[in-house]
Design a protein around this ligand. Structure first.
Ligand SMILES: [Zn+2]
Length: 476
């Protein structure tokens, strides 16, 4: 059965096959975070959608070569190439260097995606070449400056750029395909609605490939290029790093829908004008997570992080479950009630699989198992239809009567869902925090505290045991 995906470029669901069919290898690029702040759960909805894509491809027998970037320089506060660098701004606010800010928020991002069970095991030192081999490659913008300036050079040599006093710009009038991802009407709207200061740009859609450091100012992050200090524009990193690891043309590029009109449109322009080839075969975009019909934002207090979920006793996997209640191309409303419902749904689903372990293994029912597996695979490959996939899990729970069949199905489904379906003993975030406090109190010989915590845990059905190696727990 074929994998079908909605391709933003074609505005249609299409059958998907990788270009490297013989190897069964999919080349995938996903836009990573700008590491100047914590990410909110709306951002993480996009990472969960991309993870489901990667896992669904693997379920359908493909291997994946995946590049994700870390934007640690050059993302300005304004989309119009004006304003401050977000990293340098955070550095001022936090009294750190821009490099320290990048390191700190990269680490929190990587910790967060681990708790969300995002399937990404970055290689420590990937070779900077196109290989027909699966890999997870985390690529930092600041570590790929020569690749980016090489692409700017290639574009300049072909006449696609012009220089102003503050940078080197891409001349969008020279690329007839500029509107192909976002649509002519949308791009015309950007041109007409340009009330922003255009500076020396020729058109509102033209964008900076490279910015010169402002005269008389020393930036924390700047490099020599064309005889001056400067730094890359935001879009060039993705095109240059995708080319480095995946080649001029690759299979799938993903991101949030907000990237369609500017960031991804500009990526296509740079990459295709530099190489003369098609950049990406399939573009996939995840919709927003909304709070009260608006995007999450700091200013109106709707900026919710994974740490905020943990404080309220939610496991990151409850959020994963919550993401499965809507299709990735539909906007989804976030509420604590919806998250609570997802938490209950996930724990009921797990309980049913765990209960199923007590059933006899025989007789097995190969036909029912094959049907259940196929229904789940079909849903996952049907443009990542997770509401349908969750329904397939529920019908499998009703149809399968052997513990061996149930265990095999759970492993199959959980390779995409990543909800810990057979993990009997996992503590939720709140229980884990209590247990850690207990272990610390015990170690510190604070018996009053450890006794109180032991009782609290026992009330939740968790028994603690202590030995010379430390404390452990089990469900009673
Ligand atoms: Zn990008």
């Amino acid at each position: 059965m074929a994998v079908r995906l909605f391709n933003t470029l074609a505005r249609a669901v299409q059958d998907f096959e990788p270009a490297w069919k013989e190897e069964g290898l999919v080349t995938l690029y996903t836009c990573g975070p700008t590491v100047y702040n914590y990410l909110h759960v709306g951002n993480y909805r996009t990472y969960v959608f991309e993870d489901v894509l990667k896992r669904a491809l693997k379920l359908h027998g493909y291997k994946v070569r995946h590049v994700m970037n870390i934007t640690d320089v050059g993302h300005l506060t304004s989309q119009a190439d004006e304003g401050d660098d977000k990293l340098e701004l955070s550095a001022k606010r936090e009294g750190k260097t821009a490099w320290q800010v990048a390191e700190f928020y990269t680490k929190t991002f990587l910790d967060d995606i681990k708790t969300l069970r995002i399937d990404f095991a970055a290689q420590p030192d990937p070779k900077r070449e196109v290989r027909r081999e699966p890999a997870d490659i985390l690529s930092y913008a600041t570590a790929h400056i020569p690749e980016q300036t090489a692409m700017v050079d290639a574009l300049s040599a072909k006449g696609y750029t012009y220089e102003t006093s503050d940078g080197i710009y891409f001349d969008t009038a020279k690329f007839p395909g500029y509107a192909k991802l976002a649509g002519e009407a949308h791009i015309a709207g950007i041109q007409e609605g340009a009330r922003v200061e255009m500076g020396e740009k020729r058109r509102a859609t033209d964008f900076a490939l490279w910015k010169f450091s402002p005269p008389g100012e020393t930036r924390q992050m700047e490099w020599d290029y064309r005889g001056r200090k400067g730094f890359p524009g935001w879009h060039i990193e993705c095109s240059a790093m995708a080319k480095t690891y995946l080649g001029d043309t690759f299979d799938i590029h993903c991101g949030g829908v907000d990237h369609i009109p500017i960031h991804h449109t500009n990526e296509i322009a740079q990459a295709e004008c530099a190489s003369g080839k098609r950049f990406v075969r399939f573009w996939l975009h995840g919709e927003f997570l909304l709070v009260d019909a608006n995007k999450m934002s700091k200013s109106d207090g709707t900026f919710i992080t994974l740490a905020d979920l943990a404080k309220k006793g939610f496991d990151p996997l409850d959020f994963r479950m919550c993401c499965y209640t809507a299709h990735y191309r539909k906007q989804m409303d976030f509420s604590w009630e919806a998250l609570d419902a997802a938490k209950t749904a996930r724990s009921r689903m797990r309980e049913r699989f765990i209960e199923g372990k007590k059933l006899p293994a025989e007789p097995r029912d190969p036909a029912a198992l094959a049907k259940a597996r196929a229904e789940f695979s079909e849903a996952a490959g049907n443009d990542l239809n997770m509401p349908q996939a969750v329904a397939a899990v529920n019908s499998a729970l009703g149809a399968l009567k052997s513990s061996a069949d149930l265990a095999e199905f759970a492993a199959h489904a959980d390779s995409v869902l990543a909800l810990g379906l057979l993990e009997e003993s996992a503590l939720d975030a709140e229980e884990q925090a209590l247990f850690e406090r207990y272990a610390a109190a015990k170690k510190a010989k604070d018996f009053a505290a450890s006794d109180a915590l032991r009782k609290d845990l026992a009330g939740r059905g968790i028994k603690v045991k202590d030995s010379a190696q430390g404390s452990s727990w089990s469900r009673s």
